[in-house]
Design a protein around this ligand. Structure first.
Ligand code: PDD
Length: 287
């Protein structure tokens, strides 16, 4: 089945969807994005993603391409026409194309944003074999720009990080700045020690994960102890367990860091429990 995608007001077969070569998303990575997961054919935490999208746009002085209600309609229509039961909806808004290349932003009155959405079909996303095994991660320097709270499409270094992890026989990488873990290449990072969940506090250093927010709320409701503070990779290696959160992998246990097994080298009880709670609660609240 040919995937139907959305580009600037039109639903098209993916082979017919086009964006200008002068689009600033393409030339300058002048674009922001969101990834929303789909379970049982419904959107998980659409509201959270819509609010963060607006914040990213505001921080960069970019226009909204359409209203929240229109965005919800587009998400739902794409999920429906593409028959997505489990998967993802990718959304990208760029500063548009003014028909040339210039470092100066184009006049927003003349140049309208580009908006693109497409679905990714991922059967088995919730019942993932990777989550049963847990991820092996390596640590690498965090050399990204200083506004990681804005969800821009500048993903070259995170992609390189995943490739470095693969080359080292691991699954993913955690990023280290000034001796402390910031986050994963495409997820937020946590350790668990003595029953306490430790994660870096929100700032411009990390993406304010939508899954992070939901998981911390659910952990609190389940009477789990949470400490938001910086932690080093050495502290993580000595932890009882570790995990990551993201819209694309929910709660993902981490079983090995830089070749050091955590606990008995299998997913820890808190990560497993949080994954269950998150999937359960999210399915109930999905729209
Ligand atoms: N990545 N940190 C980074 C750097 C991320 O790229 C992501 C998400 C997260 C988790 O945020 P959320 O819980 O809102 O998904 C944290 C998405 C899934 C991606 O790039 O595919």
């Amino acid at each position: 089945m040919t995937r139907t995608v959305y580009v600037n007001g039109e639903y098209l077969p993916e082979t017919e969807a086009k964006v200008s070569i002068f689009d600033r998303g393409f030339l300058m990575a002048d674009a922001v994005y969101e990834v929303t997961s789909v379970l049982d054919g419904k959107l998980i935490d659409f509201e959270g993603h819509a609010v963060r999208l607006k914040r990213s746009l505001d921080e960069l002085g970019m226009q909204e391409a359409c209203s929240k209600e229109e965005l919800l309609d587009i998400h739902r229509k794409l999920v429906e026409v593409n028959g997505i039961v489990e998967g993802l909806v990718y959304l990208q808004v760029t500063r548009g194309s003014d028909g040339d290349r210039d470092f100066v932003f184009p006049d927003p009155e003349i140049t309208k944003p580009t908006i693109v959405l497409f679905t990714q079909n991922k059967p088995g996303l919730a019942d993932s074999p990777a989550a049963k095994k847990g991820n092996k991660i390596i640590s690498i320097d965090d050399i990204r720009w200083g506004r990681r709270d804005i969800k821009t499409v500048q993903l070259l270094y995170p992609s390189m990080g995943k490739m470095m992890a693969k080359a080292a026989g691991a699954d993913d990488a955690w990023l280290i700045e000034d001796g402390y873990v910031t986050e994963g290449t495409s997820n937020n990072a946590y350790l668990v020690k003595g029953g306490k969940i430790v994660t870096r506090p929100l700032s411009t250093d990390i993406l304010h994960g939508i899954t992070r927010k939901a998981v911390l709320r659910m952990a609190e409701e389940a009477q789990m102890e949470i400490e938001e503070r910086l932690f080093t990779i050495d502290e993580a290696k000595e932890a009882d367990e570790a995990f990551t959160t993201s819209a694309s992998a929910f709660v993902m246990p981490v079983v090995e860091i830089d070749g050091v097994a955590l606990g008995d080298g299998t997913p820890g009880p808190i990560a497993k429990r949080l994954r269950e709670i998150y999937l359960d609660e999210s399915r109930k609240a999905a729209i």
